[in-house]
Design a protein around this ligand. Structure first.
Ligand SMILES: Cc1ncc(COP(=O)(O)O)c(C=O)c1O
Length: 398
């Protein structure tokens, strides 16, 4: 037992620490206590969301919680969803469901240049040719250009090429930009095209009345990816795939489960999504949300936005090019740097910050290396942010 504990300690010593106040690199916040406890209980129960008879209460809880999310987001009565082990899977389901709802099966998907790489993975898994996922330009604020989208939809129509779906992003990975959801929804409605919104990052902002304006238009989506793991502190993995019409899920994924009893409730969990056997990830989501409560959810969301605004105020826009949207992500690099200089600056600055107890990430974007802070860590104080800004600006090339 002692040697086992020693080995476990070694593994734990080598782990990334999301609870450290300087942990600001990615969308991996500190876990909520209730969510950790639920994870343990979930393992103890060892239920299986594949089929109702293997998880009677938890299957029901999942359907109810998806319904709660749908109603918070303003989706209609017939909406619903399923939990998934991460946003990559939810996005894959988004493309699969959109294609299954389409009359043709050889069409294209449109998204912005800044959309997440998981869409490319989805296209690979679906066996699509490279040209089936077309990336459109973004405007200066990093959001999908609706002018380009309109032009592309017109030219596809003229060429007789079907479009299975437009994928809008509500919170891009590098700068947290939110595509103009209302305008995109109008275009999709006009052309009769499925709208999938990858709201893996931004979707949770729809949960609070004080931040829901950031997700205006999300309720017009046909399907949505939303990841509570990215900001709310629900232990990984926690993603939801929500659809405007839940009958679409069965249409895309139902195979029949001849080795199971028919469900007495709505459906088997294994017939409304890609995964078969899967854990009851709903438990940690439900318990985590209950721990936070309405006020706690609002505090997490507003706290993240406040920290981003504060860090932005501390950074000089004369010396740094700042990239952000309305959410809690902020990327920056020295204004007067070419590609080599920004690579070198971001590398040395990242190391200096790490020595001082701050972990930032170093994404590549627009031909440059940037430093990126994700301000979703509630342990990061105002004083930490002031200190961080001083360290960032200590040695800027001018
Ligand atoms: C916008 C966006 N969508 C989807 C994903 C994929 O989510 P996951 O890492 O949970 O698979 C990410 C991951 O960072 C993301 O930023």
């Amino acid at each position: 037992m002692q040697s086992l504990l020693d080995d476990l300690q070694t593994v734990m010593d080598g782990a990334f620490q999301p609870s450290h106040p300087g942990s600001l690199a990615h969308l991996d916040p500190p876990p909520l206590t209730a969510s950790i406890a639920a994870e343990l209980i979930c393992a103890g129960l060892n239920n299986n969301l594949l089929a109702e008879e293997l998880s009677p209460g938890l299957s029901n809880l999942e359907q109810q919680l998806c319904g709660w999310f749908c109603s918070r987001l303003g989706l209609p009565e017939q909406s619903g969803g399923v939990l998934a082990s991460g946003g990559t899977l939810s996005n894959l389901m988004g493309l699969v469901v959109a294609r299954s709802a389409s009359v043709a099966d050889n069409g294209v998907f449109l998204c912005s240049r800044d959309a997440h790489v998981s869409l490319q993975k989805a296209a690979i898994v679906m066996g699509l040719p490279a040209e089936a996922l077309q990336q459109l330009p973004v405007d200066v604020n990093g959001t999908l250009s609706t002018v380009s989208l309109e032009e592309k939809l017109q030219s596809l129509k003229a060429d007789g090429i079907p479009c299975h779906a437009v994928v809008a992003t509500a919170g891009t990975t590098v700068r947290g930009a939110v595509d103009p959801l209302e305008d995109i929804a109008d275009l999709c409605a006009h052309h009769g095209i499925w709208l999938h919104v990858d709201a893996a990052i931004g979707g949770v902002f729809a949960l609070s009345s004080t931040t829901s304006w950031l997700m205006k238009g999300l309720n017009r989506a046909d399907s949505i990816t939303l990841n509570p793991q990215k900001l709310l502190g629900i232990t990984k993995t926690s993603s939801l795939f929500l659809v405007r019409d839940k009958a679409r899920l069965r249409r895309a994924f139902a195979t029949g489960l001849p080795y199971m009893e028919s469900p007495t409730g709505e459906h088997h969990g294994g017939e409304v999504g890609l995964q078969g056997t899967r854990p009851a990830e709903v438990l940690k989501l439900w318990l985590g949300l209950r721990q936070l409560g309405e006020n706690g959810i609002t505090a997490v969301l507003e706290g993240a936005l406040d920290r981003r605004r504060l860090l932005m105020q501390h950074l000089s826009s004369d010396d740094l090019e700042l990239l952000s949207g309305d959410l809690h992500l902020l990327a920056f690099r020295p204004r007067c740097s070419d590609a080599d200089q920004s690579r070198e600056w971001s590398d040395t600055t990242r190391s200096r910050l790490l020595h001082a107890g701050f972990l930032l990430s170093r994404p590549q974007y627009d031909g440059h290396h940037w430093l990126k802070a994700v301000l979703g860590n509630p342990h990061t104080t105002r004083e930490h942010l002031r200190q961080l800004a001083d360290l960032i600006q200590f040695d800027l090339p001018r």
